[in-house]
Design a binder for this molecule. Structure first.
Ligand code: GCO
Length: 479
């Protein structure tokens, strides 16, 4: 494959999200998001007690960031737009500073010859919508998201060919909704218990996505394509027993089928969800089923894809003692990947992603497009990246920049994407490295560094790491 080429229409670049890189979190007219509350006021929500207040100050430094991407030769950047920066109260009055900022961000990308592939919502739900009606557990969110999303799309669609409505709806009621806050601030978890809130949140997330997607094609007649980004791990049965195969399929039903069966199949949730959850799982009207069915133009996978062997034993163990209330899926995950792949430290983004994930990704791309959702026309790996455990504790810039394991990760990941295309016949049409530079990694804070560029959080200097050059060099060989 050393000389094999990617398809003509393949798009590639780097990704990020507003709250994780912008800083200026309570400046320039931006309203608070749920993550400003979680990071500042929910004990133990962020491991190192950092917040998104400053991070890389991309809000003020985007011009140099894009000039550097141009110099490096990165053709696409996939950021997200901060909803509360446009609508500080989630709806109603518009923050002109925020609109002007993103006008300038898009203009600067275009000026540097970089195409934007924009995510509309990447977990920074406006806090005001929680206060008013509980945000994602209430149907009003569908209208308010539609108001925000259509405002942005109408403004920037002339420059954008690829839109993502929602980042990883699988984290519903966790990363972007109320559950963690609700433990400390009952007002933010207006539905008792995580299970009910989680599947209400999922329901309105799916309807919010579908309403925008339908408008985009049928009313606005947009020039591009639109979908949501999925997050899931790759599992294979522990043994050839039918019980293990059922357990793994159940896991896929809960993690991917939850949002993708309604879109790519019959407009409804998987049967295993209905059987397990009963009335806790909301029901679609016939009109809603028609709205959701076919509402994605392609499949987007955030392909970190830790690769696990698992089965019925894990399912029973995990379901009974799952640390997330009501996470009835989770066919569990062994501490060792199959096929003897070594598993490194289990830290978030740990070395297990380094060794098993690339092969897991290739197998997952085939599983999704041939078995789980065969009607998918093409698939993009909309995030993939690696956080070296302990990188944040390094003090020598030389050591930091020689991130050889991350370089190795990107080389093997991209080789597996090429193999997926050329050997498995999977129609992979894009790949975005996560992330443009080190940033705020949610519950892990600034101590987990995913960047292809190092950020000195004191001086705010950015410095490409060795992995950035491996990443760029790979594409120069295969485009
Ligand atoms: C996610 C989010 C990103 C993360 C990245 C590394 O997948 O959790 O989309 O915001 O920062 O994936 O974990």
């Amino acid at each position: 494959l050393s000389n094999a080429k990617l398809p003509e229409n393949f798009i590639w670049g780097v990704a990020s999200s507003a709250y994780q890189i912008e800083g200026a979190a309570n400046a320039e007219g931006k309203g608070p998001s749920i993550w400003d509350l979680l990071a500042h006021r929910v004990p133990n929500q962020v491991a190192d007690n950092t917040t998104g207040d400053v991070v890389a100050e991309h809000y003020y430094l985007y011009k140099q960031d894009f000039a550097r991407l141009k110099t490096l030769g990165v053709p696409v950047f996939s950021p997200s737009i901060s909803w509360p920066r446009i609508f500080p109260f989630g709806k109603g009055p518009i923050n002109g500073e925020g609109v002007h900022h993103y006008d300038d961000v898009v203009a600067e990308l275009v000026k540097n010859g970089i195409k934007p592939a924009i995510t509309l919502f990447h977990w920074d739900t406006p806090l005001a919508l929680f206060n008013e009606y509980g945000a994602w557990t209430d149907p009003q969110i569908v209208d308010d998201f539609f108001n925000f999303a259509t405002f942005i799309i109408q403004r920037y669609d002339q420059y954008v060919e690829t839109w993502f409505t929602i980042n990883e709806p699988q984290y519903c009621n966790w990363q972007y909704a109320s559950y963690p806050a609700g433990k400390y601030y009952p007002a933010y978890n207006n539905v008792t218990g995580g299970l009910e809130a989680r599947f209400l949140c999922g329901h309105y997330t799916l309807l919010a996505h579908a309403r925008v997607a339908k408008w985009y094609h049928e009313d606005f007649k947009g020039r591009g394509r639109i979908t949501f980004k999925n997050s899931a791990n790759y599992f294979e049965p522990n043994t050839t027993s039918s019980a293990d195969a059922v357990a793994v399929q159940r896991n896929y039903d809960f993690v991917l089928g939850w949002f993708n069966d309604p879109v790519w199949k019959d407009g409804d949730y998987p049967e295993s969800l209905r059987q397990t959850l009963g009335d806790t799982l909301p029901t679609f009207t016939d009109e809603e089923k028609a709205l959701v069915k076919g509402s994605c133009d392609f499949f987007a996978l955030d392909g970190y894809t830790s690769f696990y062997a698992s089965g019925i034993d894990d399912l029973e163990a995990c379901t009974s003692n799952s640390s997330y209330p009501g996470y009835p899926e989770c066919a569990g995950s062994q501490s060792t990947a199959p096929d003897g792949f070594p598993i490194g430290p289990s830290a978030d983004g740990g070395a297990n992603w380094l060794y098993s994930a690339p092969v897991g990704l290739r197998r997952f791309l085939k599983k999704i497009t041939t078995e789980l959702f065969p009607s998918v026309p093409d698939i993009m790996v909309t995030e993939f990246g690696f956080a070296e455990p302990g990188e944040a504790a390094l003090s020598s810039l030389n050591t930091i920049l020689w991130d050889l394991r991350r370089a190795d990760y990107y080389q093997s990941y991209l080789d597996n994407i090429l193999a997926s295309i050329h050997y498995d016949g999977v129609n992979v049409t894009g790949a975005f490295g996560w992330a443009i530079f080190d940033n705020f990694e949610w519950g892990s804070g600034l101590n987990t560094r995913f960047g292809l560029q190092y950020v000195n959080y004191t001086s705010l200097e950015r410095t490409p790491k060795a992995s950035m050059f491996t990443f760029l060099n790979w594409f120069s060989q295969h485009i």
